[in-house]
Design a protein around this ligand. Structure first.
Ligand SMILES: [Zn+2]
Length: 324
C-alpha cells in the first residue's frame, strides 16, 4: 500500500451569526456495551478500604504513619474524569470521538476527499502486526494512509472542508456543541490490569447522558452527525469504540472501550426551519421521541449515506477488532 495524495474539497464556511436551516438539540445517551469504559482525567487516585480504616482507628484511636502502612493503601489508579456533577465523559472527548469517526469514514474518490485529518491520527507507513497503530490501521484500512495535507486552519485560509465547517477549526466556531455526558448512577470499579496498569473504569451497562446542540445544518448533515455516532438503523447505534484501551484485545479477560450511542429525543429550536423527512415532520419549537424518533434517525442517516455515496463508508470498528 502506498500513500495516496488527495485534494481536500474546501469552500467558504457558512454564516454563523444568523439562524438558517436546522437548529436544535439531540439528547443522547452513551452506554458501555458489554465492555468496561475508561475516560481518563490524567490524574491518579488513592484507594482506601474504609471498613478496614474504621477497624484500625477503633483499635488505635489515632491516625499516624503506622495506620497508613497497615491499611496497605492502593495507589496509582488512573481516575475517570469527574466534575461537580459526578463521573462524566467530557463533551470534548465525545466530540473528538464523533469527529474522528467521520474524518475516517470519508475516503478518497476521484482524487478528492470531503474531510481533512484534524482529529484522526493517520499513519505514514504500514504497521506490521503488533507494531504501534496496527489495530487502528486494520480497522480503517487504506484510509489512514491517505495524504490529505495540512488540516484546515481558518486563521490562514479562506476555505475549509465540510467537517471543519461543522465541527470548527482554528479561527472558526463549531456549529455543533457537545455538553459533558453525565454518569447516571455509574459505579466505578478499581481494576488491576496487566503490566501494572491500574484504572477506575465504568462497568458494562453504565450510562452517560448529554446534549448535542446544532445550528444551521442541512437535513443530510444532521444525518451525518448520526452516522458519526454509529447510528444507521434507528435511534440506537451499533457498537463503536471510545476511550482508553479501545484498540486493545482482552485485558485480563476484560474488554474495554465499546459503547453504543442512543438518541433519546430531537428538539428543534423556534429559530429552526421545520424538518420534513418521509411522512414525518418536526416543527420549530417541538420535539420528537419514541417510535417516530426511531424512524426519523433511520431516514436521516440514510439520506446522508445517499448524499455522500461513493465518498463515505460505514466501518464496523468493533466487528473488525473482534476478529483480530
Ligand atoms: Zn478540515
Amino acid at each position: 500500500m502506498q500513500q495516496i495524495r488527495l485534494n481536500v474539497l474546501r469552500s467558504k464556511p457558512r454564516q454563523r451569526d444568523t439562524y438558517k436551516d436546522l437548529c436544535g438539540s439531540m439528547y443522547v445517551s452513551i452506554i458501555a456495551d458489554n465492555s468496561y469504559l475508561h475516560v481518563g482525567s490524567g490524574r491518579e487516585k488513592f484507594e482506601v478500604d474504609l471498613k478496614k480504616l474504621k477497624e484500625i482507628y477503633a483499635r488505635r484511636k489515632r491516625i499516624d504513619v503506622s495506620v497508613l502502612k497497615e491499611l496497605q493503601l492502593k495507589i496509582g489508579y488512573s481516575e475517570f474524569t469527574s466534575t461537580t456533577m459526578g463521573t462524566v465523559i467530557p463533551g470534548s472527548s465525545v466530540k473528538g470521538n464523533v469527529r474522528a469517526r467521520l474524518e475516517l469514514s470519508f475516503h478518497g474518490f476521484n482524487g478528492n476527499v470531503r474531510s481533512c485529518f484534524l482529529k484522526a491520527s493517520r499513519l505514514t507507513k504500514l504497521a506490521g502486526e503488533g507494531e504501534s497503530g496496527w489495530r487502528h490501521q486494520r480497522v480503517w484500512g487504506e484510509t489512514i494512509l491517505e495524504d490529505r495535507g495540512f488540516p484546515c486552519d481558518y486563521t490562514k485560509m479562506d476555505n475549509v472542508c465540510l467537517i471543519c465547517d461543522l465541527f470548527g477549526t482554528a479561527g472558526l466556531k463549531s456549529l455543533i456543541e457537545f455538553s459533558d455526558f453525565i454518569g447516571l448512577n455509574v459505579k466505578l470499579e478499581a481494576l488491576d490490569l496487566p503490566y501494572g496498569m491500574k484504572v477506575y473504569a465504568a462497568p458494562q451497562g453504565s450510562e452517560f447522558s448529554g446534549e448535542i446542540s446544532f445550528m444551521n445544518l442541512k437535513d443530510y448533515e444532521l444525518g451525518l452527525l448520526l452516522l458519526g455516532m454509529g447510528i444507521v438503523n434507528g435511534s440506537t447505534g451499533r457498537s463503536v469504540i471510545l476511550g482508553r484501551f479501545k484498540y486493545r484485545g482482552l485485558m485480563d479477560n476484560k474488554k474495554f472501550g465499546r459503547v453504543k450511542y442512543k438518541i433519546n429525543k430531537i428538539s428543534l429550536s423556534k429559530f429552526s426551519d421545520k424538518l420534513t423527512i418521509g411522512n414525518l415532520t418536526i416543527n420549530p419549537g417541538s420535539s420528537i421521541e419514541g417510535e417516530k424518533l426511531n424512524t426519523i434517525c433511520k431516514e436521516l442517516a440514510n439520506l446522508s449515506l445517499k448524499h455522500f455515496q461513493n465518498e463515505l463508508r460505514i466501518v464496523d470498528e468493533v466487528g473488525i477488532l473482534e476478529k483480530l
